[in-house]
Write a protein that binds this ligand. Structure first.
Ligand code: ADP
Ligand code: ZN
Length: 559
């Protein structure tokens, strides 16, 4: 009421409410938006779903209203451009995209709108932007003071270290040289420090302010249990802790989705199946009921979830292992968006791992991709088997040192300026923090394993994979062991008393803690410098005592 309603508002909060209909900013959005709207350069690291789009859309609108003209958004994904422009359209913001899917006429029309200064945002693929024709248009806009802001989405594509490297992104530095006064905002969900440094260097963002959002979801409580009778374990979890709550139960196969949904319904729960094999109409109906009614348990494959924005999902359960930690984080992240307590519960069994490995082996992918997938599956298994804080492990996987923002911040240490000296070692809101598991001292086993990696490498001049090293440790005279002469090494047979599965666990934890690296085409193992502390016995290694599979009770179970 105090603002002059004849003028469009340029304050970020007013724009958020008026254009997007949201009451408040999330996390660091406001600081980022204010910085960008004032013309500062920014590098934004925020997890997927954190709300990166608004970080450039709101400044784009504010600056357009203030007469600065258009914001150019560089994006590598055509599907994403479509979605974003569609959503902006609905919100009444003039936006368009230019990419290879446009017919000549449509492209011409977009170009006209661009040159007239009426567009607020233009999305384009990098290869498009760097054409002489497009640069000539930018030149003209720039001369007229109508090139307001350059937003670079998925900025990690500029880094050769990342998995998404795109040659065309390298050309974007030329854009900055051509228009040095146009402010830039680069955004990514990829947080590791090597990639970050690479982005800064390649896009010349040295003087940009960096905004790092934590990937932590403090209200989510992580619990990972070993499968015993998985469906019964699930039912107990649902009855004891989530009576009447809405949530998702993920299963790997369509058949298992249907079986589990039918079984939960028979047990009196409000459960519905969802997978890509169901009719579109059934899927839509189930999704709508999940969104509108209270307390629906959606039993689903990963086909369910993308784009669901239900704030009060109180639990996400996994009855099978996801593909990798990224998948686990994404899927569990659908719980508790309203900030209230939510559970991420998972049951895993070694049979899951066998199944996942088979799926990787049988897939059509290239060998290098398969190797990567196998490594990621191992990392997930290491998380499942971890004896210590799940949250610390999860964040460490994404390159983040846990600062203790959860309910148990006591163990982090900061200096006088508030910088993190030592990350927190526990969160107080995961199963391992709440009920520390029984552990055994695996220091000796770990030292044997590390020495074996070292000796085999030394003897042959190159590294070996896990299977061979475990054969050597267990004193197996396989053809390869004999051929390499590894049966004559001092480490041959020193671990004969430990079963292979146990050695695998030790190895996974050594990889997860970074003491051992898995490299090259054959996943050969090599020691990191830090392995020395374990070899010298300076760092104790503790592993979770695996629970014995319980004897089968009466009824046959299909879990
Ligand atoms: P990202 O690009 O980081 O993955 P998006 O920009 O797609 O995330 O945002 C994820 C979801 O969160 C979207 O549905 C978006 O509308 C919503 N969102 C973002 N910011 C806010 C906010 N301040 N208030 C409410 N919802 C928001
Ligand atoms: Zn914890």
């Amino acid at each position: 009421p105090l603002t002059d309603s004849s003028l469009p508002a340029t304050s970020p909060l007013a724009i958020l409410r008026e254009v997007f209909g949201y009451p408040a900013f999330r996390g660091q959005q406001q600081a980022i938006i204010e910085h960008a709207a004032e013309g500062g350069d920014a590098l934004v690291l925020m997890p997927t779903g954190g709300g990166k789009s608004l970080c450039y859309q709101v400044p784009a609108i504010a600056r357009h209203r203030a007469g600065h003209g258009i914001t150019l958004v560089v994006s590598p994904l055509i599907a994403l451009m479509h979605d974003q422009v569609g959503a902006l359209d609905e919100a009444g913001v003039p936006a368009a995209f230019l990419n290879s899917t446009l017919e000549g006429d449509e492209a011409r029309r977009v170009e006209r709108d661009l040159m007239s200064g009426k567009l607020v945002l233009l999305y384009a693929a990098p290869e498009r932007i760097l054409t002489p024709r497009f640069l000539a248009m930018l030149d003209s806009l720039h001369e007229r003071g109508l090139f307001s802001l350059l937003a670079i989405d998925e900025a990690h594509c500029v880094s050769q270290w990342g998995h998404d490297f795109r040659e065309e992104y390298l050309g974007l530095s030329a854009l900055h040289e051509r228009y040095p006064d146009v402010p830039r905002i680069a955004l990514t969900a990829t947080a590791d420090s090597t990639t970050r440094a690479d982005i800064v260097e390649r896009l010349a963002l040295e003087s940009a302010r960096t905004f790092v959002s934590s990937f932590d979801r403090p209200n989510i409580r992580y619990t990972i249990v070993e499968k015993d009778e998985a469906k019964r374990q699930l039912l107990r979890f649902l009855r004891d802790e989530h009576e009447g709550d809405a949530g998702v139960v993920y299963c790997q196969s369509r058949k298992k989705v249907e079986d589990t949904a039918a079984w939960l319904s028979a047990e009196g729960l409000n459960a519905l199946p969802y997978h890509a094999g169901l009719d579109a109409e059934v899927r839509a109906r189930h999704q709508n009921r999940f969104l509108r009614e209270d307390g629906i348990v959606m039993v689903a494959t990963v086909a369910f979830g993308m784009g669901i924005d239900k704030p009060d999902v109180r639990f996400v359960a996994h009855l099978d292992l996801p593909k990798n930690i990224e998948g686990y984080y994404q899927e569990t992240g659908r719980g508790g968006r309203d900030g209230l307590a939510a559970d991420a519960w998972m049951a895993y069994g070694l049979q899951d791992v066998v199944n996942q490995r088979r799926m990787i082996d049988d897939s059509e992918a290239e060998e290098e991709f398969k190797r990567l997938q196998r490594g990621k599956l191992e990392a997930l298994l290491a998380l499942a088997e971890a004896p210590d804080c799940r949250r610390v492990r999860l964040l460490a996987y994404f390159g983040e040192a846990y600062a203790g923002a959860g309910v148990d911040p006591a163990t982090a240490e900061r200096d006088a300026d508030g910088a993190l000296l030592r990350p927190a070692s526990r969160c107080g809101n995961c199963d391992n923090c709440l009920h520390p598991p029984e552990v055994w001292d695996a220091t000796e086993a770990a030292r044997k394993l590390l020495s074996c990696i070292y000796r085999c490498h030394q003897a042959s001049g190159f590294g070996f994979g896990g299977a061979h090293l475990i054969d050597v440790l267990r004193g197996q005279r396989t053809e390869k062991v004999v051929q390499r002469g590894h049966d004559r090494l001092s480490t041959f047979g020193i671990g004969a008393d430990v079963p292979e599965t146990q050695w695998r666990r030790v190895l996974r934890q050594m990889i997860a803690s970074g003491h051992v690296r898995s490299v090259g085409e054959y996943n050969t193992l090599e020691l990191a410098d830090s392995a020395r502390t374990v070899l010298r016995g300076e760092e104790p290694v503790r592993l979770r005592v695996p629970t014995e599979p319980a004897p089968r009770r009466g009824r046959p179970s299909s879990t």
